[in-house]
Design a protein around this ligand. Structure first.
Ligand code: 5AD
Ligand code: FES
Length: 368
């Protein structure tokens, strides 16, 4: 494509530019995109891969997102909540393995018992994981959905310092088609603001390829991340869950879904530059080396699953989720092999904070 080189090295990106980059499909163009993403990766964040051991500590959910396998109305799911000892010892195992950070993720609840429980988990994990290698304990990322500003402040004060809250899409009509009327895009945006106000490094992201989504919408999503100064990106392909109301709408053909997802990672890297970007598990549901491919398109974070094997299959958000029968030890060696297979290495015993956050705090955020 003529002019592609200019586009890949632009100073600022508009919606049309981003759409063009997301639409690249010939092997030569895609390779140029990938190469540029890697160049930006090396220049702004380095090529180390950071681990966040993820504990899916409960699948009880009060919400009813139309796409999700653990939505409240799915009566076929066996519900679980891991007890304090199990979650805390999982985090301790992580620290022992040199994973500098954990992610605590669950279905969404806003009742006081849940909030108290999460707050207590954070305090205890921080207390128990302090060591010479991690003088402030493991880094804790939370992913427990929309909460009040007061709740976010409590979680932050307890010691969590990153939070993932996907916007899913910034398109009003698409957002509404994915969620019940009671869930509003405005609320989600408000929560992202609360998280920043509470002091968190803020992660967001979208489901890629959801029914009705266009490339222009994805381009606007990336501009939203830029405008909102998002520090971390976690996004993945939309995949059907057979017991969800959206199952009848089908999903994108897999090779197209994969390339679109990989292009999203590369374009986020090129446009947003110094953010952390995760190669998410859902990529591995599309193709077995999906996470490695995500890393090779500019991602620098991945999340080994450390949820106890007994409950893993009950935390199935979409069909084909990998690592269901494996244990944390198997995921450890498997994932390390995957990262090394593409010539990258894992930075152990580090939090691996978002460089964008540091720049945002000191007012030196690089802008495009
Ligand atoms: N396909 C892909 N991603 C999904 N998520 C939930 N359900 C699905 C699905 N069917 C993602 C959402 C949510 C995150 C925890 O998991 O983006 O924010
Ligand atoms: Fe879990 Fe490969 S990462 S088995």
């Amino acid at each position: 494509m003529s002019g592609l080189n200019d586009l890949l090295y632009k100073e600022t990106y508009g919606e049309r530019d981003i759409e063009t980059l997301l639409s690249l499909r010939t092997p030569e163009d895609v390779e140029k995109l990938r190469a540029r993403a890697n160049e930006v990766l090396g220049e702004y964040v380095g090529d180390s891969v950071y681990y966040r051991g993820i504990v899916e500590f409960s699948n009880i959910c009060a919400l009813d997102c139309h796409y999700c396998g653990i939505r409240k109305s799915n009566k076929q799911v066996e519900r679980y909540s891991l007890d304090r000892d199990t979650v805390v010892s999982s985090a301790l195992w992580c620290a022992g393995q040199g994973y500098g950070s954990v992610v605590l993720q669950s279905g969404e609840r806003r009742d006081p018992a849940f909030i108290d429980y999460v707050e207590d988990l954070i305090c205890e994990i921080k207390r128990i994981t302090v060591s010479d290698k991690l003088p402030e304990g493991v880094g804790i990322t939370l992913s427990v959905g929309e909460q009040s500003l007061e709740t976010y402040r409590r979680f932050f004060a307890a010691g969590a310092h990153r939070y993932l809250l996907r916007i899913e899409t910034t398109d009003e009509a698409l957002y509404q088609s994915l969620h019940p009327a009671s869930q509003k895009l405005e609320e989600r945006k408000l929560c992202l603001g609360f998280l920043k106000e509470a002091g968190f490094q803020v992660g967001s992201g979208v489901m890629i390829g959801s029914p009705g989504q266009t490339t222009a919408m994805l381009a606007r999503d990336i501009l939203f991340f830029k405008e909102q100064d998002i520090d971390m990106i976690g996004m993945g392909p939309y995949l059907v869950h057979n017991q969800s109301p959206m199952a009848s709408k089908g999903q994108m053909e897999k090779s197209e879904l994969l390339q679109l997802s990989l292009n999203m990672i590369a374009v986020c890297r090129i446009v947003l530059k110094d953010v952390n970007i995760a190669a998410t598990t859902a990529l591995q549901a599309v193709v077995s080396d999906g996470r490695e491919r995500g890393l090779s398109y500019g991602a620098n974070v991945t999340m080994p699953n450390i949820t106890p094997t007994e409950v893993r299959s009950s935390y199935k958000l979409y069909e084909g989720k990998p690592c269901m029968d494996e244990g944390r030890q198997e995921c450890r060696s498997c994932l390390l092999g995957r990262v090394r297979s593409i010539g990258r290495d894992v930075a152990f015993d580090q939090w691996g904070d978002s460089k964008h956050f540091a720049a945002r705090k000191t007012g030196t955020a690089r802008t495009v």
